[in-house]
Structure formats: structure tokens, C-alpha cells
Design a binder for this molecule. Structure first.
Ligand SMILES: Cc1cc2nc3c(=O)[nH]c(=O)nc-3n(C[C@H](O)[C@H](O)[C@H](O)COP(=O)(O)O)c2cc1C
Length: 164
């Protein structure tokens, strides 16, 4: 059964009031690093250390994560809106990575631009409509220089009033 376009719009508009951080989820495949802008990220468990990422089925990054069974969550600062736009695009992965320098930690690409990062081993993938819910075990993490966070709110980028 298909959901009517106006109902999808109403859902997006309503859930858009739930402000989130913005991340770039990265992984490494046979052709090099891949990544996409992602806000469906949630801390899941402390024992063990688990986090959850929702991947759209058509995402090319999902295919790389499935194959490598590893990914990183790179949390973006407020001044990286353009980077978020690049990684939300359908440019080829090599072109996306021309916009940012990165290092490899725990087998996954960690962006120099990240406010903080978490490296994960993929533990589970569950179906969720037109997405897959990926559960990763955190195997490494790091915090960069303190800066204001990038925030996604009502379909646009903003930051927190306290840090802006
Ligand atoms: C703010 C923002 C948040 C996004 N969050 C997600 C997400 O949580 N999961 C997802 O699969 N796509 C998300 N996207 C869309 C992907 O970034 C987009 O489909 C991208 O082109 C996928 O790239 P890929 O095909 O190279 O993996 C988001 C886009 C934006 C702008």
C-alpha cells in the first residue's frame, strides 16, 4: 500500500520539529572511502556499547557498510553545512571525499572536520520500511576541538543558540 504524498509531507513537516545533530556515516569499500549525510543516528546501549543508524535502501553507502561490516559516524560542526550538502548528494564517493581530508581509524574513514567520531562494527541489520536499521558496536571514538554543532531542524541547517 502506498502512502499519499500529502501524508508523507505532513509526516516530514511534523517529525521535522524533532531537532537532530548531523553526521556523515562513512565506510571503506574496494573502490575506497564512501559516505553519506545522516541524521537518523541514535545512541542505543551502554552494555554493550551500541548505536543505531537508519540507512535508506537505495543508499550506496549502505552497500559499502554491508560488505565491510564497519562504519564510522562523524558528527559535524556548525560550519560544515557545505560538507553536509556534498555528502547528501549523489556525486560519486571519490568526488565527495575531495571536499574533506580524512584518516583511517579502526578500518573506517574518520573525517578531520568532525566534531567527534565513533567507529563501529556492524552487528545487525533490521528491516524498517524503505530503510534498514543498522546496529553497530562502538569500537573506537574521539572528540575534536570544541565547536558549535550542526543541527537539522524543520528541513534546514541551524545550530544551537548557546553555541552560535
Ligand atoms: C540532513 C540530512 C539527513 C539525512 N539523513 C539520512 C539518514 O538518516 N539515512 C539515509 O539513508 N539518508 C539520509 N539522508 C540522505 C542521504 O544523505 C542521501 O540519500 C545521499 O545521497 C546518500 O548517498 P549515497 O547514495 O552515496 O550513500 C540525509 C540527508 C540530509 C540532507
Amino acid at each position: 500500500m502506498t502512502v499519499a504524498a500529502d501524508l508523507q509531507r505532513a509526516y516530514r513537516d511534523t517529525i521535522g520539529h524533532f531537532a537532530s545533530g548531523v553526521t556523515i556515516v562513512t565506510s571503506t569499500g574496494p573502490d575506497g572511502p564512501a559516505g553519506m549525510t545522516t541524521n537518523a543516528v541514535t545512541s542505543l546501549s551502554l552494555e554493550p556499547l551500541l548505536l543505531l543508524v537508519c540507512f535508506e535502501l537505495r543508499s550506496r553507502t549502505l552497500a559499502v557498510v554491508r560488505a565491510s561490516e564497519r562504519f564510522a559516524v562523524n558528527i559535524l560542526p556548525a560550519d560544515e553545512r557545505e560538507l553536509a550538502a556534498v555528502f547528501a548528494s549523489k556525486r560519486v564517493a571519490r568526488e565527495k571525499f575531495e571536499s574533506v581530508t580524512h584518516a583511517t581509524a579502526h578500518g573506517v574513514p574518520v573525517l578531520d572536520a568532525a566534531l567527534a567520531w565513533l567507529a563501529c562494527e556492524l552487528r545487525e541489520l533490521h528491516p524498517g520500511g524503505d530503510h534498514l536499521i543498522g546496529i553497530g558496536e562502538v569500537v573506537g571514538m574521539g572528540i575534536g576541538e570544541e565547536r558549535a554543532p550542526l543541527v537539522w531542524y524543520r528541513g534546514g541547517y541551524t545550530t544551537t543558540a548557546e553555541h552560535s
